[in-house]
Design a protein around this ligand. Structure first.
Ligand code: PGA
Length: 238
């Protein structure tokens, strides 16, 4: 899978140009997921049509409905045609105070609404320098994994995104990424052996092939390079 996380970028016009280009491209023969900002979901859904591209959101509420001003529920996203939601992104953890508990609650809410979840995990540079990256990632996954029922495993995708590689131009080496992906796969045990594990963090056309060639890297979660059809499609081709 290749997933494009537009973050808080783009416009209606940009969405039209980008989605049309990706939908019509010959590279659109894999699992490609587009995650635009909330206000563009419906437009992107219509542009996707029957091209096979999948639609996802970048966040959802932990609660099902009610007096939560400014929040968007998982059921609303499902209603709009989303099949996925990205949860636990490091920007949400760092800038909006999302704890592992909140991420676990959101994951439950999303799965209950029939959405699949791209669960993001990853360590900071400081944590990697102190050699605790595996501990950090295991901790970030624990509450979510503990709460999964047997049927939920098919609905989960994990994205390993080292915080030091996000938007910095600095990518983890294929070996660093592979080592963490193997660790993540191991954390999920036998039940999680088929879960897709994506790498994210400054993936660009020239770094994608090396990363995706690793045995435990099943695709990518792409930020900056997903805003440009040419770059994004080159990554899909890789
Ligand atoms: P980036 O973002 O590709 O711009 O580093 C990846 C992400 O945060 O999902």
């Amino acid at each position: 899978m290749v997933a494009g996380n537009w973050k808080m970028n783009g416009s209606l016009e940009m969405a039209g140009v980008l989605v049309r280009a990706v939908a019509q491209a010959e590279e659109n023969n894999r699992e490609i997921l587009l995650c635009p900002p909330f206000p563009y979901l419906q437009t992107v859904r219509d542009l996707i049509g029957d091209s096979g591209l999948q639609l996802g959101a970048q966040n959802c509420a932990a609660d099902a409905s009610g007096a939560f001003t400014g929040e968007v529920s998982a059921a609303m996203l499902k209603d709009l045609g989303c099949s996925y939601v990205i949860l636990g992104h490091s920007e949400r953890r760092a800038l909006y105070g999302e704890t592992d508990e909140i991420v676990a609650r959101k994951t439950r809410a999303a799965l209950d609404a029939g959405l699949k979840v791209v669960l993001c995990v990853g360590e900071t540079l400081e944590q990697r320098k102190s050699g605790v990256e595996e501990q950090v990632v295991a901790e970030q996954m624990k509450l979510v994994l503990d709460s999964l029922g047997t049927a939920d495993w098919d609905e989960l995708v994990v994205a390993y995104e080292p915080v030091w590689a996000i938007g910095t131009g600095e990518t983890a080496t294929p070996e660093q990424a592979q080592a963490m992906h193997a660790f993540i796969r191991n954390c999920m045990g036998e039940t999680g052996s088929n879960v897709q594990i994506l790498y994210g963090g400054s993936v660009k056309p020239d770094s994608a092939a090396g990363l995706f060639a690793q045995s435990d890297i099943d695709g990518g979660l792409i930020g900056g390079a997903s805003l440009d059809a040419e770059q994004f499609l080159k990554i899909c081709a890789a």
